[in-house]
Write a protein that binds this ligand. Structure first.
Ligand code: ADP
Ligand code: ZN
Ligand code: ZN
Length: 736
């Protein structure tokens, strides 16, 4: 036991604990929580974040090392953010140091300082001033540079380079003592509160107004803004944000994907005449740290980002908004498995500010929280302007003759909408040409060598591709087993559907939108622009089409295959299917023309399909809710999934059996806690490893939390843990 000043540091390490250090030997200043420090860790020096200053350590002083260096005078992370990271590390059973690094841009994690927004400008020195125009006639570039500086007080490197003047020429002038370079702090554009808006807000229709009036902007409140696509949710966000900025605070807005929905960002930039910091995965390190710092210092009143932006420090937070709160992308599926949507609730409470969760298809968890009166549900039931809902038309394809997946009814409908000059959207959530390649003679199927999965045929690149591990191989000319040349593609992917549509409707363009066709930058935007020109066309795509885009000229939406979600082993699959179908359907008929949605299914009389098509999403989700309640699944219980995988599957099973045994000793199975497993994962082999899982189901969160907090360190220290890969997933979204 040591008593003195102990600095407790979160260090990037897989160990789930903090590490104690003594103050630095050559510096008497004690760092404050939230400052970065360089510390010895094993044989390395690493960058950590100070979590607390303690008076004693459980380790003897002789075993504690001093800090190497204090990197920040002022905390980089505000207190609530530190608190949020610690909370999240605890809740998701993730190492604190690693959780904290999510809150720091890469350059700061490496120990760099926050870059000043500055630029280097060149100006004349005293001796450079007043030289005759021909002083350097033998060095024309240098003369030209002097001339430029005689016309303007200072110039940047770019100004010179535009005139063909190189840095070398500037250096020569500098060595002659004629010019000098200075670093100028770029003035952060202060916005004028009187000119905050660059367009006027829309007058709200009564339901919107009612929702707006219900949103209390002081103190913590959570709201669900439940309104179909186009009902005016974004307008409410914009107006709430305006109020928040006017009293000097910032808004943090989370959206599922920025690159695919640049128009969301456009809406913000069109409305507000103030800096908007944007944080997403496509930024360079420098862009990221600058945007992060604009949020942290309050220069940017609006911060818009994807999942990890929930960890952005804010100088004066005023409101949190999570758009499309049901979207799966808010849950990180690997490493630090946090849910940004759920952390938004925690953060809003810590910051004492309101939170708006918006969705056309709210998750069952969020609806349940409304029913429990933890959140307030605000409903927008109609679309501004046009009040017409799309008309649903299920098509039973049980015995129907299909051409490339299309029923006669669907083909006729597409033709007639195109002939009317409208656009058609076809939804097929499977990319590639065909999901299976098989031998007609012997029945061989092209399986992935590393996964328990079939290879998808990608005809454009002439490859078989595994969608789970990215394994690829050329399409074989013959069956590898019987050498027959009669290989067949089975099933439909978007590439194949594109061919079918082009053959069926040769007079109309087919625009395919999937991960393959949008790989290039701008590709998505180009396609969206083409559709917005309004000419009749067929838009064919995967779930990328369900997100955020508004296609006013689309009057027919076709869902080729609604059945995949009905019989999946994943209990969340029907919910995801319903959300996707509803979101896709919401793209239709936004203009003055009403929309039709044709849904092909082998199970048109399945209650989930009939409620979705004859009633609405809310009734559909009531049905799911009742099923979950019967099965005691979330949101009526809380799950943790322990996953283990290894090349030798038995090692994974042994580890999980050990985990279950330990867990049962800590908390024996009873009415409020149950264990399931170890069982093989739905996809038992992936990337060459065998995967198993143990599910822990609890009636209450605290019991589960308590159990895991004790269990995880035991597992971490078990010798078995080193031989396999294992992870804990709290509130898992994807059970595969
Ligand atoms: P959501 O976010 O729910 O999809 P939006 O806020 O994007 O809905 O609104 C859909 C469309 O309706 C947008 O073009 C928007 O400009 C328009 N709109 C929203 N509210 C109003 C209103 N009160 N009056 C007129 N048009 C509105
Ligand atoms: Zn064969
Ligand atoms: Zn694979």
């Amino acid at each position: 036991m040591t008593e003195s000043i102990i600095i407790r540091v979160a260090v990037p390490s897989p160990l789930r604990r903090l590490f104690d250090y003594l103050p630095s030997e050559n510096n008497t200043r004690t760092p404050r929580p939230g400052c970065r420090v360089k510390v010895p860790f094993g044989r390395r020096q690493v960058i950590g974040v100070v979590i607390e200053i303690a008076a004693s350590s459980e380790h003897p002083a002789t075993r504690l090392k001093p800090l190497t260096e204090l990197l920040d005078d002022e905390p980089l992370l505000p207190e609530t953010l530190l608190e949020l990271c610690l909370w999240a590390a605890g809740y998701y059973q993730h190492p604190t140091g690693d959780a904290l690094s999510t809150a720091l841009p890469a350059t700061l994690r490496k120990g760099d300082t926050v870059p000043r927004q500055s630029e280097v400008r060149w100006q004349l020195t005293l001796s450079g001033k007043g030289l005759p125009d021909t002083a350097l006639a033998r060095a024309p570039r240098q003369q030209q540079a002097l001339n430029l500086l005689q016309q303007q007080p200072s110039a940047t490197k770019d100004d010179f380079q535009r005139q063909g003047i190189s840095i070398a020429a500037l250096r020569q002038l500098e060595s002659k003592g004629l010019i000098e370079s200075l670093e100028f702090r770029v003035n952060t554009p202060l916005f004028d509160p009187d000119r905050l808006l660059s367009e006027s807000p829309l007058p709200l229709y009564p339901e919107q107004q009612q929702a707006m009036d219900s949103i209390e902007l002081h103190g913590f409140h959570a709201y669900l803004l439940d309104g179909q696509t186009g009902s005016g949710k974004t307008e409410i966000y914009l107006q709430a944000i305006e109020k928040v900025i006017r009293y000097g605070r910032q808004a943090l807005v989370l959206i599922p994907e920025i690159s695919l929905t640049p128009q969301t960002l456009d809406r913000f930039k069109t409305r507000f005449n103030c800096p908007v910091a944007v944080l997403h995965s496509g930024l360079t390190d420098r862009e990221r740290v600058l945007a992060w710092d604009a949020a942290r210092t309050g220069t940017a009143p609006i911060v818009l980002g994807t999942r990890s932006a929930i960890f952005t420090p804010l100088a004066s937070p005023g409101i949190l908004i999570v758009d499309e709160e049901h979207d799966g992308s808010f849950k990180q599926q690997e490493g630090f498995r946090y849910s940004a949507r759920d952390l938004a609730v925690v953060r809003a409470r810590m910051e004492s500010i309101p939170l708006i969760l918006g969705s056309a298809t709210p998750s069952l968890e969020t609806r349940y929280n409304c029913e429990q009166q933890r959140y307030t549900r605000l409903v927008l039931s109609c679309r501004p302007g046009v009040a017409r809902q799309p008309r649903w038309q299920p098509v039973d394809i049980r015995k129907a003759k299909l051409s490339g997946g299309y029923s006669r009814e669907l083909i006729d409908a597409i033709q007639s909408h195109l002939d009317d000059g409208s656009q058609v959207l076809v939804f097929l959530n499977r990319r590639g040409f065909a999901p299976t390649l098989t031998c007609h003679e012997c029945g061989w199927i092209a399986n992935c060598l590393h996964c328990e999965a079939r290879l998808t045929v990608h005809r454009q690149v002439q490859r078989l591709v595994c969608h789970h591990c990215e394994f690829r191989q050329p399409v074989p000319p013959r069956c590898p087993v019987c050498h027959s040349i009669h290989l067949q593609c089975l099933g439909q992917g978007t590439e194949r559907s594109e061919e079918t549509l082009e053959a069926l409707f040769p007079d109309f363009p087919v625009i395919r939108v999937d991960r393959d066709s949008t790989r290039r930058k701008q590709a998505m935007q180009n396609m969206v622009d083409r559709v917005h020109q309004g000419e009749p066309c067929i838009l064919l795509g995967t779930q990328l089409l369900a997100k955020g885009h508004h296609f006013p000229n689309v009057t027919l939406v076709a869902i080729l295959d609604a059945d995949a979600g009905l019989f999946s082993p994943d209990f969340r699959a029907p919910e995801r299917m319903g959300q996707l179908i509803t979101q896709v359907a919401g793209r239709a008929g936004r203009g003055d023309k009403p929309g039709t949605v044709i849904l092909q299914s082998h199970h048109c009389d399945h209650p989930l399909i009939t409620t979705l098509t004859q009633q609405d999403y809310a009734t559909f989700s009531d049905l799911l809710m009742a099923e979950r309640k019967l099965a005691n699944l979330p949101p009526f219980s809380y799950l943790a999934l322990l996953r283990a995988e290894a090349e030798n599957g038995q090692l994974a099973v042994n580890f999980l059996s050990f985990a279950r045994h330990q867990a049962e000793m800590l908390l024996p199975p009873a009415g409020n806690i149950s264990y399931l497993g170890p069982l093989p994962a739905p996809m038992e082999r992936r990337g060459g490893r065998f995967r198993h899982q143990l599910t822990i189901c609890a009636a209450e969160r605290p019991a589960l939390q308590h159990l895991l907090a004790t269990l995880c360190p035991i597992l971490e220290q078990s010798p078995m843990a080193g031989k396999i890969r294992w992870s804990v997933d709290i509130d898992p979204q994807d059970m595969s």
